[in-house]
Structures are given as C-alpha cells and as structure tokens.
Design a protein around this ligand. Structure first.
Ligand code: FEO
Ligand code: CA
Ligand code: CA
Length: 631
C-alpha cells in the first residue's frame, strides 16, 4: 500500500473489522442495529410473517432458467466478465475464444471465484476489488475448444488464472468497473512471487530456475480468499496439482505426489506439462512443492510483489477466514478441499498492531499451525454435536521428527497433509469455505460432499455422519472460552443438506431446516454480512433429476443462525457454480460470482448474443428501493 494512504486505510479497515474475533460479542448489537435500520416496510412484513428477524425477502423457487433469479424487488447487472479489457489500450473482447496469450494478459481472467472489496481511503465512491480467477474453461477459453495444443495455448491459460485487481467506482448509485485504472492488474501463473516463512530456502523448493528456493513463478487454481485486518488480500491455491503431469508414462510417483493425486494425465489435467517442462514432474519434480500456498497481495500497490506465506501450510487451500484471539493475535482458519483431508488454523506469534497497520505486513510469517481432531459426538442424526481439539504441527512435537520425515518446520509446512496424518487429524467431507460469525465468533465450515465416506479409511461418524455423502453439511464450532486461540472446541452440524422429497424419513432427507422449498446440495461458498446473516453458495449437481430432483441450478441461500431458518435468495444460470461473495460497506450492493455458466453447454450468460460464448461473470445485486441486501 502507498504510505500516504495508510492513515485513512488504517481507519477504514479498523472501523470495518474491529469486532471480529475477540471483540465479536461486544460488536453484535451494533451490527444487528445496522442491519435493521435499512429495512423497508415491505421487508418488515415478510420478515414478521416468517419469524426470522434477519431475512426480509421472499424465498426464490428452484429454477433451471439461464439467468440470475432473485426475490421480488431485487435486480442484478454484470460488473465484469471473462475477457473484459482492463486497460485503456486493451483490445476489445471478441467473444469467440480467439484472443492471444498476450491479449489475455490485459483482460479479466477466467472462472471468477473468491473476492474482496477494499474501500478507498477517504472516498466512499471509489474502491478496489481483488478477484480470484480459479481455473480454465477450455471449450470457451480456446478458439478450438480442446485442451491446449501448443505452448501459446498454455501461455494463454496461464494468463487467464490467478487474481485480477480492479478499480470500481459508484456512479448514480451503481458500482461500475473502471477500465484504464492504473490499479487494474493481472496476477497470473508466470508472475514472480516471493517465498516467505519456514519453507523459504528449503531443499524441496529448489529448482534449476530458482536454486535458492526463494522465488516462485505464479499463483494459479486460486479458489477462495481472505481479507486481512491490515488491508491486504489472501488468495488460496487449491487444485494446483491439476496443472501438473508427467511426460514419462512410466514414472512412479512418490508418496508426496500421490497425496496430491498427481497423474500422468487425467480428466482434470490442464495439459500444461506437455508444452511447459516446469509442470512436468518427470523433469521438474520440485515445482509441485512451490504451489498449494496462501499468497498475500497488496491491491493498493500495483507494483508490489505478492508473497507466498508458507507458515500457513501447503495443501489444497479453499479460503482463509480471519479472527483474533483474546490477547490480540491473528488467527487464520483454513480448509483443505479434498475427500478425507483436514481443517487447519494458524495462530500468529505476534499481536496485531492496531496503531500501525503497516507493522503487521509480515505477521503471517511467524506462528503456530494446528489441525483439527473431532470426537464421535452424540450420534444424533438430526443434530450431531461433540468436542474437538487443535493438534499442534510443530517440528519436534507430536511425532513430527526427522525420523518421520520432518527435520524442520519447512518440512512440516510443505508436507502439512502428512503432518496432519502423523498427529491424528480427522479426515473430513471436503472442507470448503470457513466463515467467522461477527456476532458471536462461532466458526462455520461447509463440508461439501464426499463420495468416499464410508470407505478409503474414512469412517462414518462425528461431523461426517453419512456414507457416500451426496449433499453435504455445514459444520460449526465454538472455541473454548470464546477465544479463537483456544486448543479445544465444541462442534455441531448446523445444517445437514438433503432431499426430503426424494428421500423422506432417511438421513438423506437432511436436517429439520431443509424442506421442499429450500433444498440444495453441495454447500461451498460461505460468508457473513455485518448483520449476522449467513450466505451459503452452492457448487453442486445441477441435473435437477434423481437425487437432485427439485433443486434446480446452483444457487445462493441465506440462513439465520439464530433461528436456524434457511431461505433461497438467488438461483444462477444454467451450468454455473455460484461462488465469490463481497459487499459494499453500506451493504446496499452485493457482489456474487457466476463461475463457468454453460459448463456442460446450454448457456449464453451473460451476453445472450448469437455467437458469443458464455463467460464467468461477477454480478452486482441491488434492491430497487436501494435498501440493504437481505434485510
Ligand atoms: Fe475451488 Fe473447493 O472449491
Ligand atoms: Ca469452492
Ligand atoms: Ca466445490
């Protein structure tokens, strides 16, 4: 960030974030008041009829339409879409996949995902947004519609992933993307990125191109994200191993490579390794160790070098949810999205400096990484609950010794999954996003689904109660003493998704909050607004048939953690995943990501023009009466 901005930025960040974590209870009344103030008389009527004091909109029916469906009184418009030119001299978007790699570097990336909104210091009508571009839709990205056939195709793919920083301005009450802003920036798969923390310089990170193991090219497969208390963006590298393969069909993969499901070539393969030796594990085996991290970006400094913060561990990072301990240290909660992988938290060594935010710049380089173990709980099929503990992942402790392959903390963070196995962490049903309640500090995590539950060494029970978990559940825990730094917690399953029409009277009906009008599958995105509404975004099966009959396209729901009610707020277009969530500070605009519309064909969102390919798009949702979203 620029120094002259820091004082204002400090003020803004702190005013937005001051109640998160230890201060959550104290701030609850203020946040609730903010939510209630913006409600219209109509909204009051709907809310009163339903019993939820937080939700003032009508439930949206399931839909298979190729558009965004919202409650009456709401509207949306695209903010930015794949291929949209970022700079004043970027070529106009052509819509047919024919842009070159060099042109893609000047355009918004593919597959929008996690994002954050950064208010502009001293100007309420100006802001920056950092938006992840997770992966590639080759049928639309490339003109020929196949996987990459050349180095140029691979370079175009590498130019379309990572993160895009954009400037937005509010004009006539609407937030709009500013083409040509000097803050607009693509952070892509070939950009030099610094390595910090315990893995910096580790032998496992050294390659011919980087013999010191201190600078990595690129971030990619950026799923979701986190926004720090000091004004930076954390982007989370998830399915990075999908970008690797082996040109040697006989190569025997190491246990570490197998732990990340590296294959010679697979259906998930991005086919980069056939044209770029950096991604060929038979030629550059250590490159795989240089990805799967949380990378920190300063959106306010377009020239800044992003930094991989290795103290937070290496796995398939979903998002990064921040809190603070009662003694003022920073906590980062993180899920590892793979069948049977773990939930982690990182607690910084140092306390957050609230007077000099710039002093926190490297706070994520020092601290303690933990992994979660859950007990079997009470076994109640509608409302399982129990206890758990955080197990320390520190070299020299809990069996993390040189004899077991962990000679240093660098080894522990690079092989965080194996360290979690060593200490006895619980294998979960694919941990996706984590969100911390601004009202009471409880932590929520989507466990999206798990076809392997019940086999593969993944026993049924505790917070993972269903064999071959089709629908997913939302886990919640309360740290001991309401302190995010605690070593134990109490957990429960807040909501268990299901289909009560197809599977009545069975565990696949879901928990009591689920009914024929609000059912969904595969909860993934998750986030609170300041009033304490919990927004749930889905990445599920959209067949609308069989086990998923009546659920329609992927969608977004709103839950009231107080009453337990959950109501459908939005349905996305055909074939999309709904992912990515941010609010303007006044909560009168909600930004939502529509990822890969038409993944299996059948969509022309958002352009709906002949010959135009469907494109991933961030939309802005507002109310016709300019009220607060959801109220
Ligand atoms: Fe990119 Fe686990 O979702
Ligand atoms: Ca996700
Ligand atoms: Ca998912």
């Amino acid at each position: 960030m620029h120094d002259e901005q820091l004082t204002d930025l400090e003020r803004l960040v702190l005013s937005r974030r001051r109640f998160i974590g230890a201060g959550a209870l104290a701030g609850a009344a203020l946040f609730l008041g903010g939510g209630l103030l913006g409600r219209s008389a109509l909204a009051e009527g709907v809310a009163a009829a339903s019993g939820s004091p937080l939700m003032g909109f009508a439930n949206v029916p399931a839909s298979t339409a190729d558009t965004v469906t919202l409650p009456p009184g709401y509207r949306f418009r695209p903010l930015i879409s794949w291929g949209q030119p970022l700079h004043a001299d970027s070529v106009p978007y052509r819509g047919d996949g024919s842009h070159s790699a060099a042109e893609q570097l000047t355009q918004f990336g593919d597959n929008t995902d996690g994002m954050s909104f950064f208010p502009w210091p001293g100007d309420a009508n100006r802001a920056l947004m950092a938006i992840n571009n997770e992966y590639l839709n080759y049928p639309y990205l490339l003109a020929h519609g196949e996987h990459p056939q050349s180095l140029e195709d691979v370079r175009k793919a590498q130019a379309a992933v990572g993160v895009t920083v954009i400037e937005v301005r509010r004009e006539g009450g609407e937030w709009r993307f500013v083409q040509g802003s000097p803050y607009n920036r693509r952070i892509h798969a070939n950009l030099p990125i610094a390595v910090s923390g315990p893995a910096r310089g580790n032998d496992l990170l050294k390659t011919e191109a980087d013999p010191q193991g201190v600078e990595v090219l690129g971030t990619f497969q950026n799923c979701s994200s986190g926004q720090t208390l000091w004004g930076t963006y954390l982007t989370c590298e998830e399915n990075f191993s999908d970008c690797f393969g082996s040109s040697d069909a006989n190569l025997e993969f190491t246990p570490d490579q197998k732990r990340f499901s590296v294959e010679h070539a697979s259906v998930n393969d991005n086919y980069w390794h056939l044209h770029d030796a950096r991604f060929d594990v038979s030629k550059t085996p250590n490159e795989l160790n240089r990805h799967g991290w949380v990378t920190e970006i300063d959106p306010f400094d377009p020239d800044s070098k992003p930094i991989k913060r290795t103290a937070l561990g290496r796995f398939k990072h979903e998002n990064a949810a921040l809190a603070t301990t009662k003694d003022g240290r920073v906590v980062v909660y993180m899920g590892d999205d793979e069948r049977g992988e773990f939930i982690y938290k990182f607690v910084t060594r140092d306390r957050l400096d609230t007077r000099d935010l710039k002093a926190n710049r490297d706070i994520l380089d020092h601290g303690t990484l933990y992994v979660a173990r859950f007990d079997d709980g009470n076994g109640d099929p509608d409302h399982p609950k129990g206890r758990g503990q955080w197990l320390e992942l520190t070299a020299g402790k809990n069996g993390l010794t040189a004899e077991n392959g962990f000679a240093s903390q660098g080894d522990v963070v690079i092989r965080a999954r194996q360290a979690g196995t060593q200490v006895g962490a619980t294998r979960m049903d694919r941990p996706e996003w984590i969100a911390v309640s601004p009202k009471d500090g409880q932590v929520y995590c989507t466990l999206t689904n798990n076809s392997k539950r019940g086999g593969d060494g993944q026993p049924v029970g505790g917070p993972n109660p269903r064999e071959n978990n089709l629908y997913g559940q939302i886990l919640r825990w309360r740290e001991a003493g309401d302190d995010a730094g605690a070593s134990t917690f109490e957990w429960d399953l807040y909501i268990i998704a299901g289909n009560p029409v197809v599977h009545p009277g069975t565990p696949n009906a879901g928990s009591h909050q689920i009914n024929a009008d609000n059912m969904f599958n595969s909860p993934d995105g998750l986030g609170f607004d300041d009033a304490g509404r919990l927004w749930v975004l889905t990445d599920g099966k959209f067949s609308n048939a069989g086990d998923y009959a009546g659920m329609g396209n992927n969608q977004m729901l709103c839950a009231d953690p107080g009453t337990g009610e959950i109501r459908r707020f939005m349905v996305g277009p055909v074939g999309c995943e709904v992912t990515g969530l941010a609010f303007s500070p006044d909560h009168r605009t909600m930004f939502v990501g529509i990822q890969h519309p038409g993944e299996e064909g059948g969509s022309s969102f958002p352009d709906h023009q002949p010959g135009m390919r469907p494109r991933s798009t961030v939309i802005a949702i507002t109310r016709e009466d300019d009220g607060m979203i959801g109220a």
